[in-house]
Ligand binder design. Structure first.
Ligand SMILES: *Cc1c(COP(=O)(O)O)cnc(C)c1O
Ligand SMILES: [Zn+2]
Length: 419
């Protein structure tokens, strides 16, 4: 009994195929974690099974269950992830000088798009009879996995870099996870989680190596295609920030599936945005010579020095006819306040980075002014209020006296006379 629509796990390096019903993470033929596996499907079977109302409402990502690699008899662990709004953003568009829409994936149950993948991970782990699930995380995957593990009645043990924002550490603790803050960076926390998985046999959710996690991220692509059908227009560009590169890869795979099946008649170009201080995918895509593995950016969710999914991410950029750009931390913070102040959408730095990327791409003539752009805000701003303080310069402190207000805005009479 298995996932009828999944055919194989195929190595992205050597093409070797593996049985999807075994728990296997990477192709054993290569050193390290480079032999990332790709889940392949029987699309005729999926097309037969899928009866969603395209262009209609999206209650959650489970509208696309026919595309998801979970067994027909699995109990689905869900908090109603996905189905996020695609907003018109007229004020932001005017400020940027290009028509821009915002898909706000920060509105997922734990405040980040990773919930799409966590729902799949916990559903699969539970169905496989596992009771301990683990991951390494820059913060959001930890919070997300912990929430879903709690929902699924599983134990969760997570490895985070010691300097993750405190808001992101509080969340998994409330969800009851063991939070192991590693004295080191994300890459070191990651390597430890892989070693632990091998030694203890816990189920590993790491999106970059667990081939099924990217599959959950496809639903953001399905939704973007579905919402394009509702709007009668496919955007020219879809913009994501990139850390490990799984998100943009998953989103592209999902959109392309709908395009290949003929559900939509066009596809967007993917624009990947990285921070100047953590630019490994961008460097690989543009064939830069000296790729370093430094990860220095305040956008902690994309502070990845050695991305685990560079191959899939670069394929997404290339196949879609897109590209990548770099942005500075300063530009990311400006983008965060720009999005908040123009549209009332509060993103964490990695969620706002795509907007800084659009600005850069416009300046460089990559995006044309008559094109349409969708930016995906991947994470909610309340997860990282320290960065928000930096971005805004903080509050005006005043004494509880009317004179203080008059000092700022003039007297009530003066203000009325100005109207
Ligand atoms: C994880 C994350 C990203 C980057 O996703 P990758 O799959 O690592 O490229 C971007 N934004 C937010 C908010 C995230 O949590
Ligand atoms: Zn291989």
């Amino acid at each position: 009994m298995g996932m009828t629509q999944v055919t194989t796990l195929e190595c992205t390096l050597c093409g070797a195929e593996y049985d999807p019903n075994r728990i296997i993470y990477t192709c054993p033929e290569h050193e390290g974690v480079k032999g990332i596996l790709e889940v392949t499907y029987d699309y005729d079977a999926i097309d037969d099974a899928f009866d969603g109302d395209l262009g209609g409402p999206i209650a959650s990502q489970w509208k696309y269950e026919a595309f998801l690699p979970v067994a027909a008899d699995a109990d689905i662990v869900t908090l109603n992830e996905g189905g996020t709004d695609l907003f018109d953003a007229p004020n932001l568009s005017a400020a940027l000088g290009v028509e821009t829409l915002v898909k706000d994936d920060g509105r997922n149950p734990t405040g980040c798009f990773k919930d799409r993948a966590s729902a799949i991970a916990v559903t699969k782990a539970k169905h496989a009879g596992r009771d301990i699930i683990t991951c390494a995380s820059t913060g959001n995957a930890a919070a997300s996995l912990s929430g879903y593990a709690a929902r699924g009645g599983m134990d969760c043990r997570i490895f985070v870099p010691g300097d993750a924002p405190t808001g992101k550490l509080a969340q998994p603790l409330v969800y009851g996870a063991d939070v192991l803050a590693v004295n080191g960076n994300y890459d070191e926390a990651y390597d430890l989680s892989v070693e632990v998985t091998e030694k203890y046999g816990w189920y590993n959710r790491n999106a970059a190596i667990n081939p099924f996690q990217v599959e959950g991220k496809r639903t953001v692509g399905h939704e973007l295609a579905d919402q394009s059908i509702a709007r009668g227009h496919v955007p020219d560009w879809v913009v994501f920030s990139m850390g490990d590169g799984c998100t943009i890869a998953g989103a592209w795979k999902g959109f392309k599936e709908f395009y290949d099946l003929g559900y939509v008649d066009d596809h967007p170009k993917m624009l990947g945005v990285q921070a100047e201080g953590a630019s490994a995918i961008h460097d690989a895509f543009h064939n830069h010579e000296d790729i370093d593995d430094i990860a220095e950016t305040l956008a902690d969710s994309i502070a990845v020095g050695r991305p685990r999914n560079t191959i899939k991410a670069c394929r997404a950029l290339e196949q879609s006819g897109g590209t990548s750009v770099l942005v500075s931390d300063e530009e990311i913070l400006e983008a965060e306040t720009l999005l908040g102040s123009t549209e009332g959408i509060y993103s964490e730095p990695a969620g706002a980075a795509p907007i800084a990327g659009v600005q850069t791409a416009l300046d460089r003539g990559i995006i044309e002014q008559d094109e349409t752009v969708v930016v995906v805000s991947t994470g909610f701003g309340l997860k990282d209020t320290k960065s928000a303080e930096k971005a805004t310069g903080g509050v005006d402190r005043i004494d509880p006296e009317i004179a203080e207000v008059e000092g700022l805005y003039g007297t009530a009479e003066e203000a009325a006379a100005d109207d």
